[in-house]
Design a binder for this molecule. Structure first.
Ligand SMILES: [Zn+2]
Length: 126
């Protein structure tokens, strides 16, 4: 299992590649934004988090908690989820659209992101 906010994971890299191929400009791991989003599209004010399904508690089949030490893991995941929600709330407050891509369904999340981008008018980069 990887760390909570590990950088440059395989799904993250494939999302970056697709965005780059489609001609979108983006920045990585911006420390000046709440939750340090993995990918930021400044012209579109979109913050993307590429979230591991286990650590960030997706709730899907694959994110099931281990049968041993279940309460320990539940607590850990719950703390991450709370932190994620807080960052998302703060980002929304300062006018960012947050898009989550789950690592169990990267392709789907990426398709949604592309649709989102196509439907948004670019503005002055932030
Ligand atoms: Zn999942």
């Amino acid at each position: 299992m990887s760390r909570v906010r590990s950088k440059n994971t395989k799904p993250e890299v494939s999302v970056r590649r697709a965005l780059h191929a489609a001609g979108y400009r983006f920045r990585l791991h911006r420390k000046d934004l709440p939750g340090k989003p993995d990918i930021v599209l400044p012209k579109y004010r979109i913050a993307v988090f590429v979230n591991g399904y286990f650590w960030h508690g997706h709730g899907c089949k694959r994110s099931k908690l281990p049968a041993t030490n279940t309460e320990f893991w539940r607590g850990k995941v719950a703390r991450n989820t709370t932190r994620d929600q807080e960052a998302q709330r703060q980002l929304a407050e300062i006018g960012w659209h947050v898009h989550i891509i789950w690592t169990c369904s990267t392709k789907h999340g990426l398709e949604q992101l592309m649709q989102l981008l196509q439907g948004r008018k670019p503005g002055i980069p932030v």
